[in-house]
Design a protein around this ligand. Structure first.
Ligand code: BGC
Length: 727
């Protein structure tokens, strides 16, 4: 019998079956298929046949495996073996907010909604694997890819990514959690070695991946480009076999980042299952039959035939590749694309993720404004394009300026650019959608802006970073923590005449804001995708009461942070010529550093304001002594006069520890929606794992007996109630 028939029968079975039986069927399919495959077919299955696909087993009716970026929407189709876009006209997608924005919602339901929605688009486009989410920890504000990740805290990133994964996979599309592991910078990302001690690895850099695997049930993982223990991660048996597949029981497939495979033996023994992206760009490197020359192609086969590599090891990779393939078949289910619901999802996620950082009474804007002046290049600059692999071709993108115009149809909305970036269009991944070149010199731009603000009811400056090289961009870290293009001076000059200025910061990473005290309001607006302007206007007008909280600390200056030396970032070439980056700060990343060392940031982790206010009651513990678990209840009341949502954050502090520990660590968060005057009780339950540190010598998590404190608050700095307990 041809395999397609088995597949069809299993597919029908699956439709009416519970997930457990579905998995059993898949295991049977895997076994049956493997038994029928030739060596050539096995080899073909574990490496790419094009930029984004691997071939399946045509003889047995097993379809191709189609991957696509990820993580903010469906990347436009590329040419068969080039990075360049294919130039199709049917692949404009819905662009979702960046993952930092998702993290800023601190909302698990929203993370599921995001995953489900983008997964529907992936399914519609016939993809098996969506290359995301990215869960690498924001170790430095300068990392070029922070915008694709979920902030600085492993607990927050883990819980949200697990929901994103579940949402995506509810469409029978695999999420591919990336980039595993210790890939926290773009400088030397393809050859650098990350030197991290075991405790730091387990406490900071692995947990988000572990949660995405164990709670999210991720079906695939992308191995990162960098080295760990001087071994390329795609060949790291320690990370892939021992930890991911061994300790965590991951049964999915490890997919190499594109071009992250470097030799056949390493790939065979290291735990890699599928090789993608190796030296094929229109075969420009001159290799005939380049896909056959992949490390996991003909060279692998030759070693098996010569008895140098075992077929058992190969079979295990084939099993995982087949499992991924079968898990992502969805007979009769087609997903959906560019639907009104998807745009509504974008607007909702964006509205919940925008963070109100400062408000001296100017926000929300009054509906009867007659004249609004909007300033800044980012008010008109498309942001869906750029940033490299996450760049999208979106069906539409509402600019901040357009969103404000939509919200104030009666008002005169005047636009002035005020500053100009030297890179009006992104050089890379520009699908030709726009051109915003500017002729006026900087002094004239500022003079025109200053002239325009006179007589305005409101002045809103939309600035920040963009997704060009050395900003929020894959492959190139930022060169400075400051805002580019002289924005500080421009903002200060405008604030001098309009102290009621509203500053909207568009970025995926923290930036310096030396003008923070001189403007009346600051909103952190990330990158918001297709519905950018509408989501922003919702918050500006109060149609949505801001409830986002920072998933990363915004330090005053970079030097305040834990990274002090070049050895820590970006690293250096050692005597062998190998690039080394030492994570000398250890576990003191983000608020764990600022808090513990008593360094005051500009805006702390977990911080965000609302148009209403919340009162926290006293934390009540189910027990003062840790048994199996403790439940903490705190009542929260909306004490203002508009409805709003608060994110209550639970931190735990170890008061008597034999090792150095951060002052406190996030171990729970709940978002609660409250009408004016309404109270609700939030509940957090945690066990011993929330009290533990990783003891590298014992290679075990250890919760030491002694006193602990629960702290519940509105940010890492703003603790409203606390209580002690013992273990
Ligand atoms: C990036 C990945 C991406 C892949 C495919 C790589 O360069 O690091 O995040 O998924 O390309 O585009």
């Amino acid at each position: 019998m041809k395999y397609g028939h088995i597949l069809l029968a299993a597919g029908l079975l699956l439709a009416g079956c519970c997930a457990h039986n579905g998995q059993k069927d898949i295991e049977k399919q895997v076994k049956d298929a493997l038994a029928q495959m030739t060596l050539n077919e096995k080899i073909a299955l574990i490496h790419a046949q094009s930029k984004f696909t691997s071939p399946g087993v045509p003889r047995l009716g097993i379809p191709e495996l189609k991957c696509d970026d990820g993580p903010h929407g469906l990347r436009p189709e590329t040419l068969w073996d080039k990075w360049a876009a294919a130039g199709q006209t049917n692949d404009s997608c819905t662009a979702y907010p960046s993952l930092t924005c998702l993290a800023a919602t601190w909302n698990k339901d929203i993370a599921y909604l995001y995953g489900r929605s983008v997964g529907e688009e992936a399914r519609y486009r016939g993809k098996n694997v969506l290359l995301g989410p990215g869960v690498n920890i924001c170790r430095t504000p300068l990392c070029g890819r922070n915008f694709e990740y979920m902030g600085e805290d492993p607990f927050l990133a883990g819980k949200l990514s697990a929901q994103y994964v579940k949402g995506v996979q509810s469409n029978k599309v695999a999420a591919c959690v990336k980039h595993f592991a210790v890939n926290n910078q773009e400088s030397h990302r393809t050859d650098g070695n990350s030197v991290v001690d075991d405790r730091t690895l387990y406490e900071i850099y692995l947990p988000a991946f572990k949660t995405a695997v164990q709670e999210g049930g991720a079906w695939s993982i992308m191995s990162s480009y960098n080295r760990y223990e001087e071994v390329f991660v795609s060949h790291s048996s320690h990370l892939l076999n021992d930890i991911l597949k061994g300790e965590w029981g991951f049964d999915g497939a490890v997919i190499s980042d594109w071009g992250a495979t470097h030799d056949t033996e390493g790939a065979a023994h290291g735990g890699l299952d599928l090789e993608f992206g190796t030296h094929t760009d229109g075969l420009s490197q001159g290799l005939a039959n380049a896909y056959d020359a992949y490390y996991m192609a003909e060279p692998y086969k030759a070693k098996i035939l010569a008895g140098e590599l075992s077929e058992d090891e190969l079979n295990e990779k084939v099993r995982r590749a087949l499992r991924l393939n079968f898990r992502t078949q969805a007979d009769g289910y087609f997903g959906s694309f560019l639907s009104p619901e998807h745009f509504a999802d974008c607007r909702r996620i964006g509205g919940e993720g925008i963070v109100l950082l400062r408000n001296e009474g100017v926000l929300p804007l009054k509906k009867d404004a007659k004249k609004i002046v909007v300033l800044g290049e980012n008010a008109i600059r498309p942001m869906i394009v750029g940033g490299q692999s996450s760049s999208l071709k979106a069906q539409h993108e509402i600019s901040p300026l357009q969103g404000i115009r939509n919200a104030f149809p009666e008002a005169e909305v005047v636009y002035e650019r005020a500053y100009y970036s030297d890179q009006p269009t992104p050089g890379n991944y520009n699908y030709g959608q726009y051109d915003i070149t500017e002729e006026r010199p900087a002094a004239k731009l500022l003079a025109d802006a200053l002239a325009a603000v006179e007589g305005a009811d409101y002045v809103i400056f939309v600035g920040g970073l963009n997704k060009n090289d050395n900003q929020d961009c894959e492959g190139r870290d930022r060169l400075s923590y400051e805002l580019p293009y002289g924005q500080n001076e421009v903002i200060e000059a405008i604030a001098a005449v309009r102290p009621d200025l509203v500053y909207v910061n568009v970025s995926g990473s923290p930036v310096a804001m030396p003008f923070a005290d001189k403007v009346a309001a600051i909103l952190q607006a990330w990158y918001l995708g297709s519905e950018t302007g509408n989501a922003l206007a919702d918050v500006l007008t109060g149609a949505v009461n801001p409830s986002g909280k920072l998933p990363v600390t915004f330090p005053v200056a970079l030097e305040d942070g834990p990274i002090k030396t070049e050895r820590q970032f970006p690293g250096f070439a050692d005597e062998k010529g190998m690039w080394q980056t030492y994570y000398d700060e250890g576990i003191y990343v983000g608020y764990r550093w600022y808090d513990t060392k008593g360094v005051k940031p500009q805006f702390p982790f977990g911080y965000g304001l609302s148009y209403t206010s919340f009162e926290y009651g006293q934390a009540k513990l189910s027990s003062k002594k840790m048994g199996k678990s403790i439940t903490v209840k705190v009542s929260i009341k909306n004490t203002g006069d508009v409805a709003g949502a608060e994110v209550a954050q639970l931190y735990i502090s170890d008061l008597e520890s034999s090792v150095d520990r951060p002052l406190k660590e996030l171990k729970g968060f709940e978002k609660v929606y409250l009408q004016p005057g309404e109270s609700k009780t939030v509940e957090f339950t945690f066990g011993r794992d929330a009290l533990s540190f990783f003891d590298a010598e014992k290679h075990a998590w250890v919760a030491e007996p002694g006193k602990f404190k629960v702290l519940v608050g509105a940010s890492s700095e703003d603790i409203r109630t606390e209580a002690e307990f013992t273990l």
